[in-house]
Ligand binder design. Sequence first.
Ligand code: C5P
Length: 319
Amino acid sequence: MPELRVTAPAKINLHLEVLGLRPDGFHELAMVMQTLDLADTLVIAPTADGAISLSTDAPDLPTGAANLIVRSAEQLRQRVGLPELGAAIRLEKRIPIGAGLAGGSSDAAAALVGLNELWGCGLEAAELHAIAASLGSDVPYCLEGGTRLCFGRGEILEPLPGARPAEAPDLGVLLIKHPDASVSTPWAYGRCRQLRGDFYLEGEADFAQRRDALRHGPLPVALRGEGPLPRLRNDLQAVVEPEVASVREGLALLRRAEGALAVAMSGSGPSLFALFPGPGAAAAAQRQLEADLARAGFQAWCCRCTGSGASLLPDAPQP
Ligand code: C5P
């Protein structure tokens, strides 16, 4: 079988609400996630020797057994009871690392999709979802992508009420990240618990009420294009912003963008984004802020929202 190519899109959080603490020590969340057209690519080829190897153009990324791509491959071949299956995986990294954009989780989801195909495992979506959930809270969402409500640890997925599947909001996104900044997700949640733990909700009835408030609140309406975009909420932003200077500086810069509908941090940061009525307005804002972003050392990407998660790419045309 020839090599396969799989796309692994980045996500942003359009809403991240920390509801409380779960018995398993994770946080109970209510989120809206959205995939972007900024993506890594995995190129996967079979090997006959039963080895799983990973190479990448990202110099700082570990490629051994700790990498989530390698762990995905190992979990999958264990699940189908064929430990002799091998693969050589090359990761073309475009999503910034440690940024709150689920780059690592999306790579893991892409490895599951690609290897399920390459190895002919034939696992159904629900079975891939179960493996994904064991790899990380965001990995199941990264399999599906699009605009989704995510509950539980993040692994319980729902379409937005009234939204058509695979349809993405026609928003432009200006995404920025300072290359020297990175935030550890466990640290951000730990700090959140320290600062806000006394105010966490405690019972399922309260959690269910917050989930309903999100489902039937103004954000899904706005994302269907039927109302104004509300102020975006990310509870981890309140925790990270006071601690990370580049997050404060980046938010202040984005708030100056002409035509921005909303500005927020993604996930546990430190990447930040502004939303615009369309891709043209996002591109204009990037030009407006270009000099200031460069002076402050930010990387910037102008993106569109997309309707799908990790997926096989069509074969490259032969020269
Ligand atoms: O599931 P994942 O490996 O992405 O989570 C990384 C860390 O983030 C967890 O170890 C935990 O500290 C924190 N986390 C959490 N609640 C969640 C998701 C993540 O506390 N729902």
